[in-house]
Ligand binder design. Structure first.
Ligand code: PAF
Length: 290
């Protein structure tokens, strides 16, 4: 009808349909999967671009996964912008978009979950119990449905990356994870679908997350290698913005998410804070130094 864009890219919501369509398209090509919850931003575009560079067929999924939200979280108000997302994905050269419904992904009798013990209880997993069980389960299902050779995730969700790497290792999944750098606004704010929730004041207050990380990085570059001192400086910086509520600041091993004492062999500096009612996260990877 008038005003409704028609897509040449395939948009499929059924699991049998996407399987059949992929069987026809795959040929000798590598398939790349970009799993998303929609509300796409430049961070997602960079994942699609990385997928295009490596893979002959690029599939994006858009699914706001109910099992990774706790009852008190923002599942029902999470931004849903399907039409706009599909326009962007088509323009970025995606071949196929998978948009299942919750009933298709979780039929009423579904009772199997993927639990990546240990790492799932750290950082965001500590603040959001059950979150990574939902993430690991839905990503494992997407891998089985799409059977990609490569799957693309953003470094913004550093704990998610650690959980999924462990899952791929533990379950011998035949997929290579490609982790793409954080994309930032010109003033440093990490791109996030949840930035849409921020008022103008909150948008300004949110900059303290990146500032805290930069303070940590600068200290490390100046030769400070004791994690406790980096952490203290990061926490002190977050406290300079009284309008936000810190959830965590951490200096950890990027694979295990366990706290480090010394950052000379590389470290993940990570922060999470509530800005108004919006929970934001950000991080920086410190490379190994001598
Ligand atoms: O990072 C996200 O957007 C989600 O956690 C993911 C990986 C699509 C799983 O629902």
């Amino acid at each position: 009808s008038q005003g409704v864009h028609s897509f040449s890219m395939q948009i499929l919501s059924g699991i049998p349909e996407i399987r059949t369509a992929l069987r026809d398209l795959r040929g000798d090509c590598n398939v790349g999967l970009v799993p998303t919850m929609g509300a796409l931003h430049a961070g997602h575009y960079s994942l699609v671009q990385a997928a295009r560079q490596r893979c002959g067929v690029v599939v994006a999924s858009i699914f706001v996964n109910p099992t990774q939200f706790a009852p008190n979280e923002d599942f029902s108000r999470y931004p849903r912008t399907l039409e706009e997302d599909c326009r962007i994905l088509e323009a970025e050269g995606v071949d196929m978009v998978f948009t299942p419904t919750a009933d298709m992904m979780y039929p009423p009798n579904a009772s199997t979950f993927v639990e990546v013990a240990g790492v799932s209880e750290r950082l965001d997993g500590a603040s959001r119990p059950g979150h990574f069980r939902g993430v690991a389960t839905v990503v494992a299902k997407l891998f089985h449905i799409v059977q990609p050779e490569f799957a693309f995730f953003g470094q913004k969700d550093a704990a998610q990356v650690a959980v999924l790497r462990q899952m791929v290792r533990d379950l011998n999944l035949p997929v290579e994870l490609v982790v793409c750098p954080i994309v930032r606004e010109p003033d440093g704010l990490a791109m996030s679908s949840r930035n849409r929730y921020l008022s103008a004041d909150e948008r300004r207050q949110a900059l303290v997350l990146f500032r805290a990380l930069e303070v940590g990085r600068t200290l490390a570059e100046q030769g400070e290698h004791r994690a406790a001192n980096l952490l203290q400086a990061m926490t002190g910086t977050l406290q300079q913005e009284p309008a936000i509520r810190m959830d965590y600041a951490a200096v950890v091993d990027p694979d295990t998410l366990l706290p480090l004492e010394d950052v000379r062999s590389g470290a993940l500096l990570a922060v999470a804070a509530y800005v108004g009612s919006t929970r934001l996260i950000d991080n920086i990877l410190l490379p190994p130094s001598s």
